[in-house]
Design a protein around this ligand. Structure first.
Ligand SMILES: NC(=O)c1ccc[n+]([C@@H]2O[C@H](COP(=O)([O-])OP(=O)(O)OC[C@H]3O[C@@H](n4cnc5c(N)ncnc54)[C@H](OP(=O)(O)O)[C@@H]3O)[C@@H](O)[C@H]2O)c1
Length: 347
């Protein structure tokens, strides 16, 4: 259980921020509700009596500094992260506290590594970008599946989503990323990020039962290409998305997911199936669960808990698979994920 330390949540009243606030409380931490809109903060505070509220804007560094006073760590849930990640990391470095975010934006995550690696390391501060369903979970699964391998020829991460009703933040982040790419597509091949205009093929992916074979969009490139490539030497990293979920993501009247249980989770289910290949050998591991937004909360909060209790491998900017004991991390959140281990992989 948490130590009663205060953990700030920026973007606390967003869809994902609310799950993170609830998870922090459940784990014995005291969330401090941060955001740019005082009215939305007050409304959220009414559902969490006793929690503190501080207004902060990324355009006003002094407001962020005030908001982070007395805080042990900050979880940034305010996206698009192209606008929020850098000012919040800067503030975390000034405050000397750990920073974790849930960014799924490839370019924003690359920026966090590129701009802050040296300074975070020199300051002895831990910065973990993409500590969520996209980016974080795939990296933990791949790192676990790799086992004693530090290199592989190929990594494949297939997302089997039953549906995907994106939140406003997801849609806005997608628009920003598209603009940053000039409308081009992105993939990871030959050991680097490459922009291209090729059509994305639809292929069949055989997920573990009960999901089974599904049509998936190949090269539906997600943040995992950043997190995995940050610490594992793999020239080819491909991510796939069930065709149905990909179509819903671009549907014009998409609306945020409805809650169907007492935790506020939607009915959406997921399987993340990873396959790593080296020479003629394959290793495979999958995780299944409910609601990609909700599961991002135990991922981010477990990361903060490990940082605050000294269970990290070093400091600086690092992905989940690099800085945490990946199999142990996955075991710790097993009430939120069911793992499907292939023979030969120790969980
Ligand atoms: N990697 C993953 O798997 C994963 C998982 C979950 C979420 N995410 C990402 O997390 C972000 C939020 O998602 P969500 O589902 O919570 O969306 P949401 O419900 O629409 O909430 C977005 C939140 O971000 C805040 N925000 C946006 N721009 C801001 C800015 N410039 N300054 C301060 N606050 C700002 C919003 O505040 P206002 O209401 O004041 O605008 C709101 O609190 C998205 O980028 C999404 O892609 C990623």
């Amino acid at each position: 259980m948490g130590s009663g330390q205060t953990v700030a949540v920026f973007g606390a009243y967003g869809h994902t921020g609310r799950f993170v606030v609830a998870e922090l409380r459940e784990r014995g931490y005291v969330p401090l509700l941060l955001g740019r809109d005082q009215n939305k903060l007050r409304a959220l505070a009414q559902t969490h009596p006793g929690l503190g509220v501080r207004q902060a804007s990324v355009d006003d560094p002094a407001s962020i500094d005030r908001a982070l006073e007395g805080v042990a760590a900050v979880i940034n849930c305010a996206g698009p992260f192209a606008a929020t990640a850098a000012p919040m990391v800067e503030a975390a470095l000034r405050a000397g506290i750990a920073y974790v975010d849930v960014a799924a934006e490839i370019e924003a995550n690359l920026d966090t590594f590129a701009h802050f690696a040296e300074r975070a390391n020199a300051a002895g501060t831990v910065v973990v970008p993409a500590m969520a369903f996209y980016g974080g979970l795939g990296d933990l699964l791949v790192t676990t599946a790799m086992g004693d391998w530090t290199t592989a020829d190929e990594v494949h991460v297939a997302y089997g989503l039953s549906s995907w009703r994106p939140t406003g933040g997801t849609v806005a982040s997608g628009v920003v990323s598209q603009q940053r790419r000039g409308g081009r597509r992105v993939r990871y091949t030959g050991g680097h990020v490459e922009y291209h205009d090729d059509a994305l093929p639809t292929v069949q992916w055989h997920f573990p039962a009960p999901l089974g074979p599904q049509s998936v969009i190949a090269e539906f490139t997600m943040a995992d290409i950043v997190t995995i490539a940050s610490h594992l030497t793999v020239p080819e990293i491909r991510t796939y998305m069930t065709a149905k979920a990909a179509a819903e993501l671009s549907a014009p009247y998409a609306s945020a997911p409805d809650a169907v249980d007492e935790r506020g989770r939607s009915a959406q289910t997921f399987v993340v199936d990873v396959l790593v290949r080296s020479g003629g050998t394959e290793r495979r591991l999958a995780a299944a669960g409910q609601d990609i937004y909700a599961v991002s909360a135990p991922l981010a909060v477990e990361a903060v808990d490990r940082i605050l209790t000294g269970r990290t491998r070093g400091t600086g900017v690092a992905s989940a698979g690099a800085i945490f004991d990946a199999p142990d991390f996955l075991r710790a959140i097993s009430s939120h994920l069911s793992l499907h281990l292939s023979p030969g992989i120790r969980g």
